[in-house]
Write a protein that binds this ligand. Structure first.
Ligand code: GDP
Length: 314
């Protein structure tokens, strides 16, 4: 297996992000990859700090993610949640028994004054993950979805209301500005490639770009920047990305995702199914790679990671 002489920074949300992050982690050494993860979805549940996207990436790289749900740990039991429900607690946010340990440990360490970066690094190390997984920011950052039924905190919208209410806007409550985490800042300085994983452009990538100074640093990044479309054949594989695009009056298509990354990406990867849209992306000023982007097996993830790096470095 040929090695790569490069350092990559991957920007990721949960499910789509974690898939490509795993592919990259399988072909790059631990000192060659930093995965920066959205924390706009973080929320306190049952008194515990839950970081859904960080956990999805962490569990995926640790090989213990539950592929059926897209969240949590494989082979879970839900005894705690059942007991909590029996006590009368409103338990719309599911947490498995093993997953619970992650949130207890995270909350304890945060309460001891450690940063989310430090805590994440400890949790990942304990799970045997060698590649760096870092939160986009250690500061407070909340994604809010304005909808026809009112403003909803992200998990309220996504889990409790199953992304059903029509969205009118997405806002970020950063309490006056969230600074990039130290690992994010370092990776931006040291990496040769930025990979935008196929994550939700509104709910996973936009929050990362909203961290103070990040949009400008990516716009001025001296290396290669490449994004993979999460929209394939006009639909999302999972989640509300295509639905949100339609609600915001843009065509749910790979082309309209690419438009959001003008000035931030040099290259854009679309699926074979969308080959007939390549010219439109080319006319946005981006190089286009057309290939299979549906990642089912570990081999699919590694193959796409390899194509992305080869295309960026060619
Ligand atoms: P979330 O925070 O869990 O919603 O995860 P992300 O934002 O990282 O990923 C959601 C996006 O991943 C959706 O828009 C999906 O279409 C996309 N996605 C999931 N699996 C795949 C895949 O195998 N290939 C591609 N290209 N996109 C995917």
């Amino acid at each position: 297996m040929p090695g790569y002489d490069t350092n990559a920074l991957a920007l990721a949300g949960g499910v789509g992000g974690a898939k490509l992050a795993l592919g990259l982690a399988k072909i790059l050494d631990p000192d060659q990859l930093t995965v920066v993860v959205n924390t706009g979805d973080d929320e306190i549940f049952y008194g515990l700090h839950v970081s859904p996207d960080l956990d999805t990436v962490m569990y995926t790289l640790a090989g213990i993610a539950n592929p059926e749900t897209g969240w949590g740990i494989t082979g879970e039991t839900f005894n705690m949640l059942e007991r909590l429900t029996a006590y009368g607690e409103d338990t719309w946010f599911g947490l498995g028994d093993k997953d619970l340990a992650t949130h207890i440990r995270r909350t304890n360490l945060l309460n001891n004054g450690e940063s989310l970066s430090e805590v994440t690094s400890k949790l990942a190390a304990a799970l045997g993950v060698e590649h760096a997984i870092v939160p986009m920011t250690d500061d407070s950052f909340r994604t809010i979805v304005d909808t026809e039924i009112g403003s909803l905190a992200f998990q309220d919208y996504f889990v409790k209301h199953r992304s059903e209410p029509k969205a009118t806007a997405i806002r970020f409550d950063t309490n006056g500005g969230a600074r990039p985490s130290p690992g994010f800042g370092r990776a931006l300085s040291e990496s040769k490639i930025i990979v935008f994983c196929p994550s939700n452009p509104y709910l996973s990538v936009a929050p990362i770009l909203e961290v103070t100074g990040i949009r400008e640093r990516i716009a001025g990044f001296p290396g290669k920047r490449i994004a993979v479309s999460p929209i394939i054949g006009g639909a999302a594989i999972k989640g509300p990305a295509a639905k949100l695009m339609a609600e915001f009056g843009v065509e749910p298509s790979c082309v309209d995702v690419a438009k959001q990354y003008i000035g931030l990406c040099d290259a854009f990867v679309i699926d074979n199914i969308d080959a007939d849209r390549a010219n439109e992306i080319d006319s946005l000023g981006m190089d286009v790679l057309v290939c299979n982007t549906i990642m089912t097996s570990k081999e699919d993830k590694m193959a796409l990671a390899r194509k992305v790096l080869d295309f960026a470095l060619r």
